[in-house]
Design a protein around this ligand. Sequence first.
Ligand SMILES: NC(=O)c1ccc[n+]([C@@H]2O[C@H](COP(=O)([O-])OP(=O)(O)OC[C@H]3O[C@@H](n4cnc5c(N)ncnc54)[C@H](O)[C@@H]3O)[C@@H](O)[C@H]2O)c1
Ligand SMILES: [Zn+2]
Ligand SMILES: [Zn+2]
Length: 336
Amino acid sequence: MKALVLTAIKKLKEKDVPTPSPKDDEVLIQTAYAGICGTDRELYNGLPGSAQANPPIILGHENSGIVKEVGKNVTSVKPGDRVTVDPNIYCGQCYYCRTSRPELCEHLSAVGVTRDGGFAEYFTAPAKVVYPISDSLSLKAAAVTEPLSCALHGVNLLKLHPYQKALVIGDGFMGELFVQTLMAMGVHQVDLAGISEEKLKLNHDHFGVKTFNTAQGDKVPENSYDIVVEAVGNPATQEEAIRSTRRGAQVLMFGVANPNSHFSINSYEIYQKQLTIQGSFINPYCFEDAIGLLESGKVDVLPLISHELKLGEVEEFTSGKLKDVSKAVVEVNDLK
Ligand SMILES: NC(=O)c1ccc[n+]([C@@H]2O[C@H](COP(=O)([O-])OP(=O)(O)OC[C@H]3O[C@@H](n4cnc5c(N)ncnc54)[C@H](O)[C@@H]3O)[C@@H](O)[C@H]2O)c1
Ligand SMILES: [Zn+2]
Ligand SMILES: [Zn+2]
């Protein structure tokens, strides 16, 4: 089969490799689409994502496809089923797994990170992370179930009420997903602060969102929001997130910061406003909910996907050559 192999740090090569066989509890999937994100860029550059990728490895952790073959113990899916795959595989035995916090697993492995993923015509995954989707959901939209499930995990860590007013800081794909997810979960107003006029306009025109372009001088209101999601990962936007909170607010620090960066915070403000500041790591058991939001149309991802690439074009993304990518997916096989 054709595969795009990370042969060494900063080296992606299209190669012919043997098609994998599923083990007894695994599924062989013919890849339709593999989404591509900042994590792939980090892994390409030799930095860890949720875990470390050691070349040679086939990346691709946001996958959809069609089941080709199943191992003898698999009962949850069958050949021909349309599926999306949660990349994260938890050990089930460590302290965190045994206290219902598998996302903090000490032995996390992941499809497209620690084992071969979807930048290939076929890949295998344990049946427990393979989720069937209905015929009404496109395989292209299904490829971004994983990032949506990360937004859902973050949202699930908050206490939400319809009366709340929310602000999302960051107009990348994740920020855009947060806007729709918070609305779908019943928050009555969600505003978006960003720096890309084009993306802010899309979210305003298509989804009716109130936007602030902070690069063009718009000021994010201070002391105003019950829920604030920071989806950039910079000290300046982290501080902006705290400034925009009203009393009793919850702040989701979702953006991944440089490991050496710090932001400053007035601890009196945490006390006086009774703030909750919440971290969020990956997406434990959020796939069924994410699929539900996609199938119901409550979250509409297709207008947000700006690029459909071929395997041979992935390196243009990971090397940073390709500019102005809102969200890119790779069409690996033409499966409708
Ligand atoms: N916690 C998790 O589990 C998890 C999962 C996925 C992604 N992330 C992180 O979430 C963040 C967003 O992800 P993404 O895929 O959208 O990344 P991205 O790089 O596509 O988006 C970042 C966006 O932030 C915007 N931005 C930059 N400076 C800004 C500013 N001053 N104000 C407002 N917006 C600004 C940019 O326009 C850009 O679109 C990243 O840090 C990513 O690593 C976290
Ligand atoms: Zn990703
Ligand atoms: Zn574990």
